[in-house]
Design a protein around this ligand. Structure first.
Ligand code: UD1
Ligand code: UDP
Length: 353
């Protein structure tokens, strides 16, 4: 099979790492990097650390309004598809790069495989929700990370080509956990002490100064040091809004994957609005307070490992306090698969030819 994989944002590099390795064992895969993320710490570092081959095509689209960004990607991907004539287009998750790859392929009648299909927040204000709904509805193979994702698709009448494979992010975490742990002796100073880990980048929090301020006020009230690898989007908007970071928050540059998963593992608790980080918190059995009003990863909440706190100071503080005061819930294995989602995905693609 000849596969064109379209990716462009940080979490997609991590998702692609295990599956791309599996695909390359017996198939031809060409990577198209849209350039949605472009800083070294948002892109190159993952290719280097995770052994992802250099992309065959780099569109260099960069940061733009949604329409302009998605449109430029669509045009660029279409040209490549016309030239390369792949058997499959493979897309991951729910970013503008996902939608552009899927739309370009759909118009050219090239079958699409969507990894991380079926996730829903049921909040259409989120750009990601629009991207994932549209991508699912033009996909031929829909690889679901969870049982809930399969159910969500079936509620929209999507059952053909739907497969519950587990999550490729779990594959990546299980595969690289040892490598990350081996770095511990040389790991930075905050790993030696107790700390909480935070990430914030979601549009609903960063585009709204009140929400961002609520989150920072909560951070200031939480006892202990909070390590915050700062997404460039948030860095820029904090400056625009003239918001200051509380003294107990140590801001660091975005980190590579191995350092990030080690930071997660060693954290007392994680505060985040990231999709991937919520899941990784669960997989490491670290309690998580999610700085959103809803989540696609509902299992993490149902099992008691994650609490939705939104962006209000009191709710965030109270969620942290609850975890600090009680013993942790039982852990359910295999919620996101057994680390072999990539193998299953390749097998299903081969079956379909
Ligand atoms: C995107 C995805 C989001 C995903 C996130 C992962 C969409 C609509 N959103 O959000 O689903 O969770 O990636 O991190 O696709 N910037 C830089 N350098 C970079 C990249 C971004 O400075 O390398 C800054 C720019 O100011 C840019 C802003 O971050 O305008 C936002 O970047 P963008 O890719 O548009 O959205 P994300 O918030 O990163
Ligand atoms: N991540 C990372 N370095 C960081 C922050 C996050 O390697 O500084 C990893 C994290 O471990 C997870 C993924 O990036 O695997 C999540 O990406 P992000 O939060 O940007 O996007 P989302 O998952 O919300 O779409």
């Amino acid at each position: 099979m000849k596969i064109i994989t379209v990716l462009g944002a940080r979490p997609q590099f991590i998702k692609a790492a295990p599956l791309s390795e599996e695909l390359r064992k017996s198939h031809e895969e060409l990577l198209v990097h849209t350039g949605q993320h472009y800083d070294y710490q948002m892109s190159d570092v993952f290719f280097e650390e995770l052994g992802i081959p250099k992309p065959h095509y780099f569109l260099g689209v960069g940061s733009k309004q949604h329409g302009a960004q998605t449109g430029e990607m669509l045009k660029g991907v279409e040209e490549i598809l016309l030239k390369e004539k792949p058997d499959w287009v493979l897309v991951y998750g729910d970013t503008n790069s996902t939608l552009a790859g899927a739309l370009a392929a759909a118009k050219l009648h090239i079958p699409i495989a969507h990894v991380e299909a079926g996730l829903r927040s049921y909040n259409r204000q989120m750009p990601e929700e629009v991207n994932r709904v549209l991508t699912d509805h033009v996909s031929e193979l829909l690889f679901c990370p969870s049982d809930q994702a399969v159910k969500n698709l079936s509620l929209e009448g999507l059952t053909r080509g739907v497969v519950r494979t587990g999550d490729v992010m779990a594959d990546a975490l299980f595969y690289h956990a040892r490598r990350a742990e081996d770095r511990q002796p040389s790991a930075p100073k905050y790993l030696q002490k107790s700390y909480l880990l935070a990430t914030v980048h979601r549009a609903e929090n960063t585009d709204n100064p009140q929400r961002l301020e609520g989150i920072l006020k909560a951070f200031a009230q939480i006892e202990g040091k909070i390590v915050l690898p700062l997404h460039p989007r948030t860095k820029k908007l904090l400056q625009d809004y003239h918001l200051t970071i509380p003294d107990n928050v140590e801001v660091i540059e975005p980190v590579g994957y191995l350092e990030m998963i080690l930071l997660e593992k060693e954290a007392e608790l994680i505060l985040t609005d990231s999709g991937g980080v919520q899941k990784e918190a669960y997989l490491w059995q670290v309690p998580c307070v999610t700085l959103r009003d809803e989540t696609e990863w509902v299992e993490t909440v149902q099992t008691g490992w994650n609490t939705l706190a939104g962006a209000k100071m009191e709710e965030i503080i109270s969620a942290v306090r609850c975890y600090r005061g009680k013993s942790l819930p039982p852990y359910q294995d295999n919620l996101y698969g057994n680390g072999r989602a990539s193998e299953e995905i390749v097998a299903h693609m081969e079956k379909r030819g």
